[in-house]
Write a protein that binds this ligand. Structure first.
Ligand code: SF4
Length: 64
């Protein structure tokens, strides 16, 4: 599984970080979310799928 964030869409709402804190993070000076782990293991799939659903801007995509 590969996690891709469209940085043009992300507006730092932070829902992804709540859903999958092992994969997404937002630092104080960030302008877009940081993907901590772009190829997370299968045990994180449910959390990443939740992040995809929760992102109000549809900025997160999963491949694979
Ligand atoms: S939920 Fe979407 S808009 Fe919000 S920080 Fe995550 S990727 Fe960006």
């Amino acid at each position: 599984m590969r996690v891709i964030v469209d940085s043009d869409r992300c507006e730092l709402h932070g829902e992804c970080m709540v859903a999958a804190p092992d994969v997404f993070d937002i630092g104080d000076d960030d302008e877009v979310v940081t993907v901590l782990n772009a190829e997370p293991g299968e045990h994180l799939r449910a959390a990443v799928e939740q992040a995809v659903l929760m992102c109000p801007l549809g900025a997160i995509r999963i491949e694979g």
